[in-house]
Design a protein around this ligand. Structure first.
Ligand code: G
Ligand code: MN
Length: 342
């Protein structure tokens, strides 16, 4: 808290916590706003509003403390509005599912990653904002189920050559700790006439770290079913090697931060080559994420990645574009589980 300068006007806004039975405990949350901090003179009303915002921030920070107003403080109502809007969008199924293609380095289509997209008041809201809001609203599971259903429907009924392709969905923490997930997926896949290996569940390393026991049980169930598991954003989370050892995953998706320097003068490929080798030795198929430039594609091809994904080859796009892409004639291939790790 910045020290109050002598003579500065000071507005305080306080609140008390509830009085609990069995002994009253009072807390004061104090919000402080100073006059004369900024270039423009504040009105009394603005000064009080700032003190109020600082008080709300103090309450959210755990009560019983004093906080001085800082630029950008809000009363939290934006978050509540976002939560309520995303809840409505989920319940009314107005969250869109886009699909980003994955290819072999030689250019054959392998499958698509499903990514939820939400437009609010005409503007796209990034998933990093609306996914936590959905989680807070208790609706992340509903959203994940909707994305899964939409994705399996696309593969089974809309894409050309469905049995040669796979689809990947990003698994939420809720899903991974749900005991009946494997049974639920088995029923859905059967209903859509799809083989379990045609579904890939993408899990970032960090998520596995949060509740290892509960997730381990779910992952074993998925493995028995034959749904494939992809370790997402590989290389930037905790205990990458432990995950490779314990799971081991069917697919390793190398985080784009390892791909972006490729082809730049002086950039070394030693670490990436080692990661690819390590993943291959565990039997995994390796996907390079975030391929944006031709030099990167040339490098990941040279280093032996099995699949590529990124804006250079295709951005996440509405289902109609995925359907269009699936119709493009291509070299004959075997079934959806290709390419096999080398
Ligand atoms: O964590 P995960 O790999 O599932 O993240 C997928 C996200 O990455 C999506 O939001 C997608 O829009 C974004 N994305 C996909 N391809 C690229 C790319 O080539 N570059 C960058 N920077 N982001 C990408
Ligand atoms: Mn992913």
């Amino acid at each position: 808290m910045p020290p109050a300068s002598p003579g500065a006007s000071c507005t305080r806004s306080t609140s008390r916590s509830i009085c609990r039975a069995g002994g009253c405990r009072w807390h004061a949350s104090i919000g402080i706003a100073l006059l004369g901090d900024g270039p423009a003179r504040l009105s009394g009303e603005d000064l009080l509003r700032r003190a109020d915002l600082a008080m709300y921030a103090a309450k959210r920070a755990g009560k019983g403390i004093a906080l001085a107003y800082q630029e950008g403080m809000t009363d939290g109502s934006h978050e509540l509005d976002l939560r309520s809007d995303v809840s409505e969008a989920i319940v009314t199924r107005s969250i869109d599912v886009h699909f980003q293609p994955m290819f072999t380095p030689a250019g054959s289509l392998l499958g698509f990653e499903a990514l939820s997209r939400w437009t609010r008041h005409g503007k796209a809201v990034p998933p990093e904002r609306f996914i936590p809001a959905a989680e807070h609203a208790g609706l992340l599971r509903t959203l994940d189920e909707w994305v899964l259903e939409r994705t399996l429907t696309l593969l089974a009924t809309e894409l050309a050559h469905p049995h040669e392709l796979f689809v990947a969905v990003n698994a939420g923490m809720d899903q991974l700790t749900t005991p009946g997930l494997a049974d639920q997926l088995a029923r859905m896949l059967e209903r859509h006439g799809l083989a379990p290996a045609q579904l890939v569940l993408e899990v970032p390393e960090n998520r596995l770290y949060k509740d290892p026991d509960a997730t381990a049980a779910t992952l074993q169930g998925l493995r028995r079913l034959g749904v494939r598991l992809a370790l997402d954003d590989f290389g930037v989370g905790y205990s990458s090697l432990t995950r490779l050892h314990e799971l081991p995953p069917d697919i390793v998706k190398i985080d784009r931060s390892f791909i972006s320097p490729l082809g730049r003068p002086g950039s070394s490929t030693d670490l990436l080559a080692g990661m690819i080798d390590l993943a291959h030795r565990t039997g995994a198929m390796v996907v390079a994420e975030g391929v944006e430039r031709p030099e990167q594609l040339a490098e990941v091809r040279r280093l032996g990645c099995d699949a590529v994904q990124g804006y250079l080859l295709g951005s996440p796009a509405p289902a109609a574009e995925a359907v269009e892409l699936s119709r493009v004639p291509r070299a004959p291939r075997t079934r959806a589980t290709t390419p096999q790790p080398q």
